[in-house]
Each structure stands twice: as structure tokens, then as C-alpha cells.
Write a protein that binds this ligand. Structure first.
Ligand code: GTQ
Length: 373
């Protein structure tokens, strides 16, 4: 079979290939006056042969960023700033404030006793806890206590606020939101809670205690929202699940031992626009390269290693965040030959799948590994 890229030339029949002439240039000027344009001048750009991501691969290293995030504590209060966050600004996506594709991400810091007021918006959010004790999030009156590598949802339309208890320590976490996507859809609404903070109306951690029991669901439980009722996914059971699964599977050649966080009422993604997974790379594991549509933001939950993205090596260690843009070749390596490495991944895969846009391809040459450029 001819490889697709052999046809990726603009001079093939059926592709726009019109050279400028003085007559055409003045014709284009005339069209512009009426807010129109000739399709053949933009066709090859707006209908590329294959996805051309504007995002570039980036590693945001925690050792570089941590002190700068903490500096913001002395510079702004959560009351004044709304949220005290340093956002990840992909050099190819600064116009939409995205970390990758249509996904926003930031690092938020909060001191003991601080609370950032409640609000709600059309964008959905996740939080992934990086360090500190005493962090909590309240979602629609459900309070969740948070520890390292716990993962929390604040789905679209839910009231939410974050704080750190007075007995806690300075807490840092990663936020991930679909803000750029919802803005692209021109559908973003935002509201501040009338009382600034919500009353907690349920037993602490009730949603995880109710919905997060393996293989069991509450007999009288009802849930009809488009997001998971299990607002918090804790690290410990996640790691136990991955370890158990690793004991009885070869895993994926491309992703090692990987499990998706699911809505327990549907077995589908945790929210409609964003999904998440945790993958374990076993000691010394080097996965094979593949590429797929969708934008992926990885957070190194455990261990150290590197990823090769479009032929370039990006080293990472615990707490670093890196992105894989849509349709970029990627493979991962765990540099520890004795222990595992774990990667948390936030993505827009639910959108790709729901809209029929998901596509995947294995790297065929060189035994499945990219040559490093
Ligand atoms: O906590 O809802 O990092 O609305 C950026 C925007 C966090 C939040 C961010 C937000 C939030």
C-alpha cells in the first residue's frame, strides 16, 4: 500500500494549485471588500492532509517552576486574584492560553487557612494534587479532602471552591480545564457564588465513599448527569489497581499498563469533554511509538524517564508536566530499572471519540521506535 504521505503534495490533481496573476490579485481584493475569499487561496491550509497541531511539545519542569509558583503567595491574595495560578502557556497556543490543543492547565498554590471563593462556569475542571497537606475542594456542597496524586473533578456547571485547612501546609496542585475548547465553541458562562462560599451539605468525601467501591454500586443510587458522581479518585486505590493489573497483563505496547478513570455509572469517561488515565511503565520499560488525534497533558506522578515526541527526547521526573500534541509520534521510557514510573494523563479523548474524530497509527519502521533527530 502506498504510504499516505507520498500523496501529500500540493500539485496533485484535486488540490488547489493556482498561481497569482495581476488579474487574480485584483479579483481577491474585490472579494475581500464583501467579506469573502476564493477557497483555492486557503484550501490547502484549512484542509490539511493530516492534522497539523499548532501546539509544540513542552516539558514544564517542577524544579524550575515551583519557586515561581510559591512567589505568587507574597504577591497576590486568592481574594484579589480569584485563583492564585500560574498557567502553562504553550508557545504555539498563547493566543488561547492553552497548555496543549484546547486544554488549559495551571499550577495553583494555597497556604493553610486560605480559601478561594466559590464560582461556576461552563468549563469543566480537574485538579491533580502535587504537594502539601490539608487541601480540600467543595463541589456542589460535597467536600473532598485531598492528598498527593489524588484527582478531583469539578464538572461544568457545578459550584466549586478550593481551600487548605488551618492545620495543613502550603499546597500546590495542577488545574486542568477545557477553557480554550469551551471558548472556541463560544459557550463559556461564568458566575460567582452569591454567598462567596458554599455550605457543606453532605458527609465529607461522601461521593467517593458512595461511588468508588470496586465492583459495587449503591442499590438505590441514581445519577443522570453527564459526568461522574465520583468526584474524587484517590491515588492509593489507583496504584493498587495498576499494580494488580500489571501482575496479569502484558499491557499495551504503546502505553504500558494503563487504566482509564471512569464514571462508575456508565463506565465511560469522567466528564464529557475531558478524560483521564493513569499508566504504569514497568521497570526499564520502553514503549513503542504511535500517534493519535487528541491533545494530551501528562503529569509525572511517580518515577523518572523520558519521552520521544516527534523524534526529540524530553526528559522528565516526578511532578514534571509535559504535553503530546495531536498526531505527534510519541513513546515513553522508564529510566529506573528497578521501580515503576506512573504517568497521569488528561486529554480531550472523550471529544475525539464522541465526534468520530479519533484516529490512531503505529510507527511502522525501526521496530516501532522513532530515530532521535
Ligand atoms: O478553579 O475553577 O486554574 O476557573 C483557572 C480557571 C482554575 C478553577 C484555573 C478556573 C479555575
Amino acid at each position: 500500500m502506498a504510504k499516505a504521505h507520498e500523496n501529500h503534495r500540493e500539485d496533485v490533481i484535486g488540490r488547489a494549485n493556482v498561481e497569482d496573476t495581476p488579474e487574480l490579485l485584483s479579483y481577491y481584493d474585490d472579494l475581500e471588500k464583501y467579506h469573502t475569499g476564493a477557497l483555492w487561496t486557503v484550501a490547502n491550509k484549512i484542509e490539511p492532509w493530516e492534522p497539523k497541531s499548532q501546539s509544540v511539545p513542552v516539558v514544564w519542569r517542577y524544579k524550575d517552576l515551583r519557586e515561581h509558583v510559591i512567589r505568587s503567595v507574597d504577591l497576590v491574595t486568592p481574594e484579589k486574584a480569584g485563583r492564585r495560578v500560574i498557567y502553562l502557556n504553550n508557545p504555539g497556543r498563547t493566543d488561547v492560553a492553552a497548555a496543549v490543543g484546547w486544554i488549559y492547565a495551571g499550577l495553583q498554590v494555597m497556604n493553610p487557612g486560605e480559601v478561594a471563593g466559590a464560582h461556576r462556569h461552563s468549563a469543566s475542571a480537574i485538579r491533580f494534587i502535587m504537594e502539601g497537606r490539608g487541601a480540600y475542594t467543595v463541589v456542589d456542597g460535597h467536600k473532598m479532602t485531598l492528598g498527593g496524586n489524588d484527582f478531583v473533578l469539578t464538572p461544568n456547571g457545578t459550584w466549586h471552591e478550593h481551600g487548605v485547612s488551618a492545620e495543613g501546609t502550603t499546597c500546590l496542585w495542577q488545574d486542568g480545564l477545557d477553557i480554550p475548547f469551551v471558548n472556541a465553541m463560544e459557550a463559556n458562562f461564568y458566575e460567582v457564588h452569591p454567598d462567596l462560599n458554599q455550605a457543606v451539605g453532605y458527609a465529607v468525601d461522601d461521593m467517593t465513599k458512595t461511588w468508588g467501591n470496586p465492583g459495587l454500586t449503591p442499590s438505590t443510587g441514581k445519577w443522570s448527569h453527564g459526568y461522574s458522581p465520583m468526584f474524587k479518585y484517590e491515588w492509593e486505590p489507583t496504584y493498587v489497581a495498576l499494580s494488580k493489573y500489571a501482575g496479569c497483563t502484558e499491557g499495551s505496547p504503546f502505553d504500558g499498563v494503563m487504566m482509564d478513570y471512569v464514571n462508575p455509572t456508565t463506565n465511560g469517561p469522567v466528564m464529557r469533554t475531558m478524560g483521564a488515565s493513569m499508566q504504569m511503565l514497568r521497570a526499564g520499560e520502553h514503549t513503542k511509538a504511535h500517534r493519535h488525534t487528541g491533545s494530551y497533558l501528562y503529569h509525572v506522578a511517580k518515577g523518572r524517564g523520558y519521552s520521544i515526541i516527534n523524534g526529540k527526547r524530553y526528559d522528565w521526573q516526578e511532578r514534571d508536566i509535559f504535553c503530546v500534541p495531536s498526531w505527534a509520534w510519541h513513546e515513553h521510557v522508564n529510566l529506573d530499572d528497578r521501580g515503576d514510573a506512573c504517568l497521569f494523563c488528561l486529554s480531550d479523548l472523550p471529544v475525539m471519540r464522541a465526534l468520530g474524530l479519533y484516529r490512531e497509527e503505529a510507527f511502522a519502521d525501526n521496530n516501532g521506535h522513532q530515530p532521535i533527530l
